[in-house]
Design a protein around this ligand. Structure first.
Ligand code: BGC
Length: 533
């Protein structure tokens, strides 16, 4: 018996060592970032060439869901057939009505002194069915007008090709689980470059692939995203695999056919939480934090940004092991050939990052079998004493996490990458006195400032999510992200600037984060990283 126990103990030690050996980057016992934290030492003047903007997305903003020859997207279909999946049973049929109001909205952006507007194009406006055979001139004209309007005011358009609204026709062909989409996506990208590339110099192929694939997990994660296909643990990996190929194809197309004369930049927007160990003193929890980061950020960042390309080793190993245990003959995570690894590696001109929040990690499997959640092997939580968005419970206010993600990108993927923060923002109930949003933005920007000036991360852009209150996916219009309030009950969808719009004006006119927010930054960082014991 004793022998058995000591054997088990030895095995445990070995497992811990092997797991530990896989990680070597983060969570050193005494991180410099955790030590130094006196906000009052800095002046928080932002770099003069840092692009500062606001973001939006077609389905969340445009409305006009069936106007101007537009086809049906998976979000149109999903919200029309599953109204109960949206918290307030609403949909994007009208949304903020940006389709009709874009001119005034662009004026607003100008008045805020911002230099960048991130918008997405609805594939179904350009090609109602998703295929080039359905090219729609009215859709092409609409974005031409929007882009021209931006240029008129000297605002840089940053254009996302795919912000989750796949043409329903392509979904009927299997959507992202069908590799044919790569060809269709290339045709779509080709049209966008050829019509808009003379004026659009910042392209983002896909917004948050980790979220875009959620729709292939069915409702198991509780998100119930379109197209609401239930293939947990299989569909999302397949869809993600196709997205990486589609992204790379669009990048190479740009390189081969357009880059020389259009001279733009192209990338992808990747979303990640930052993860701290549940117990800062536990090596196992530190490894759990790194493991979940590899599963979340690494899933799409490693194939594109790492030296070696391909999925993170830990992901490949864990999913293969679980698949075997579950009786599969091969891993549920598809494999790339060597040729594909090389084709995808390096296909970005900058690192597009969406960052909102931080969680604590520990090793414990949870979620259905099979599922991405179970594959990660990690359980996440956040202490109840962290400040949180009242309407978006996952959004804890944890500014230092942003600085840590930025450092991780530099250390893990190399400092050759310029980083554009393509989304950062706060959700609330929509009140125009939105002091919490102001504090959120100010303190996150302060951490970005530290990443730039203290840590040497090359952050070249910062885009606030979002210009207007808009359709927050399954939260409907309950959770609001705008620096402008939108009255959705008024047919005119009246916009009113919030306190945060004033704050943004201060930032753009002084290029400095007011020092009065330093005390919040200091306080939040203390709360965020307080030793849980
Ligand atoms: C998405 C946005 C969304 C925001 C807030 C990001 O995941 O790109 O479309 O509104 O976060 O949830």
């Amino acid at each position: 018996m004793t022998k058995l126990v000591s054997l088990a103990a030895l095995l445990l030690v070995m497992v811990t060592i092997t797991v530990g050996a896989e990680f070597n980057y983060i969570y050193p016992e005494d991180s410099e970032i955790d030590k130094e934290d006196d906000h009052y030492l800095y002046n928080f003047t932002l770099p003069s060439d840092l692009k500062i903007g606001v973001g939006s997305a077609a389905y969340q903003y445009e409305g006009a869901w069936n106007e101007g020859g537009k086809g049906e997207s998976i979000w149109d279909r999903f919200t029309h057939t599953h109204p109960g999946a949206i918290a307030d049973r609403k949909n994007g049929d009208v949304a903020t009505d940006f389709y009709h109001k874009y001119k005034d909205d662009i004026k607003r952006i100008k008045e805020l002194g911002l230099d960048t507007f991130r918008l997405s194009i609805a594939w179904t406006r350009i090609m109602p069915s998703g295929t080039i055979s359905s090219l729609n001139q009215q859709g092409i004209d609409f974005y031409n007008n929007v882009i021209n309007e931006l240029i008129k005011y000297g605002i840089t358009p940053m254009v996302t090709m795919y912000h989750w609204d796949l043409p329903q026709y392509l979904q009927d062909l299997g959507g992202w689980t069908n590799e044919l989409i790569v060809d269709y996506f290339e045709d779509y990208a080709d049209v966008l470059y050829s019509y808009y590339g003379d004026r659009v110099k910042w392209w983002i192929t896909i917004n948050e692939p980790t979220k875009a694939v959620e729709g292939y997990n069915g409702n198991v994660t509780g998100s119930g995203y379109a197209p609401n296909v239930s293939l947990p643990g299989v569909g999302s990996y397949l869809a993600g695999h196709t997205m990486l190929k589609a992204h790379a194809r669009a990048y190479h197309l740009y390189n081969n056919k357009y880059r020389e004369h259009q001279k733009g930049q192209i990338s992808i927007s990747l979303e990640t939480f930052w993860y701290e160990p549940l117990d800062i003193n536990s090596r196992s929890d530190r490894n759990a934090a790194e493991q979940i980061l590899e599963f979340n950020l690494g899933w799409f960042a490693d194939p594109i940004y790492s030296e070696k390309g391909d999925y993170p080793d830990i992901m490949k190993r864990k999913i293969a092991e679980n698949s075997k245990k579950e009786g599969y003959r091969r891993s549920r995570l598809p494999e790339f050939s060597e040729e594909e690894v090389n084709y995808i590696r390096g296909t970005a001109d900058f690192f597009g990052l969406n960052q909102y929040t931080t969680n604590l990690a520990t090793f414990r499997e949870e979620g259905p079998t099979p599922s991405y959640k179970r594959d990660t092997g990690v359980t996440l939580s956040a202490p109840s004493y962290w400040p949180v968005s009242e309407t978006t419970k996952w959004e804890k206010v944890a500014p230092k996490g942003l600085r840590k993600v930025l450092n991780y990108i530099k250390d893990h993927y190399g400092d050759k990458w310029d980083v554009v923060i393509t989304e950062n923002g706060f959700m609330d109930d929509g009140a125009t006195t939105d002091t919490s949003r102001v504090i959120y933005l100010a303190t996150y920007m302060m951490e970005m400032w530290k990443a730039i000036y203290i840590d040497g991360v090359k952050v070249v852009g910062y885009v606030i999510w979002s210009l207007l209150d808009n359709l927050e996916w399954t939260s409907g219009y309950i959770s609001r992200a705008g620096i402008f309030h939108v009255d959705f009950s008024d047919p005119d969808k009246i916009r009113t600037p919030k306190e945060s719009a004033e704050f943004v004006k201060t930032i753009t006119s002084t290029r400095q984060i007011p020092i009065k927010y330093a005390r919040y930054g200091k306080e939040l960082n203390k709360i965020e990283f307080k030793d849980p014991s």
